[in-house]
Design a protein around this ligand. Sequence first.
Ligand code: CTP
Ligand code: MG
Length: 231
Amino acid sequence: MSYNNFFLILLASGVGKRAGLKNNTPKQLWKIDHKQILWYSLNIFRKIFSDEQIIITYTKDFEKKFIHFLKKYNIKTKLVPGGDRRQDSVRNAFSLIEKNKGYVLIHDSARPIINRALIERVISGTKKYGACIPVIPVSDTVKIVEDNFVIQTLQRDKLGLVQTPQGFSIKLLKKAFEKADFTKEYTDEASLLEQIGEKVHTVQGEKYNLKLTFPEDLIIIKSFIRQYYEF
Ligand code: CTP
Ligand code: MG
């Protein structure tokens, strides 16, 4: 497969409110087995993309730590300050891409355990459909709840848990940034496309592609890294 018409935006500019800081460090820079959470996904992507194709967004208050991280591993990717909301961070990074053709992948650095097969599935779906996201089936029953009472039970076999990397043609993502209502907050980029009525294709995600969201997620992610991470 050819990947040279792809860019990667690696989102690492959150503050990690739910996980909290540890040693005055946001979660994407916490370490597992002496390597930062951010290192793990970046290491897999760097086997596929050159550093020139990669843009990393960083949390402004921790700029020094990010610069130190890149220096330590001799990583020559671009580094861009993030924004208040996820979509602001993506927009900052996306504005550096001057090409009108080609594709972009967007990944949460808080998901360290990705692999080449998953990335390739997303890449093929993106090339074919212009927008592609990985999803996994839901195993719990999901209900809509309001004020401690059930409103409705959703049909489980129609639900999917959404992961990253998400892939888009540059053209479609540009259109979404121009047309979607930016006063609304979006928790992923596919939502921006959905809002303007564009179709988003899905491919199979990976159960171990977990996001570090709460402090206790670290325990599971640590053991999944030792079991499934493809160094
Ligand atoms: N992210 C970002 N810029 C933001 C918000 C989030 O780059 N303004 C990134 C985070 O660094 C993370 C990914 O998006 O890798 C997924 O977001 P999330 O898990 O929500 O991380 P945080 O926003 O940092 O955490 P919280 O919502 O608990 O504050
Ligand atoms: Mg967040």
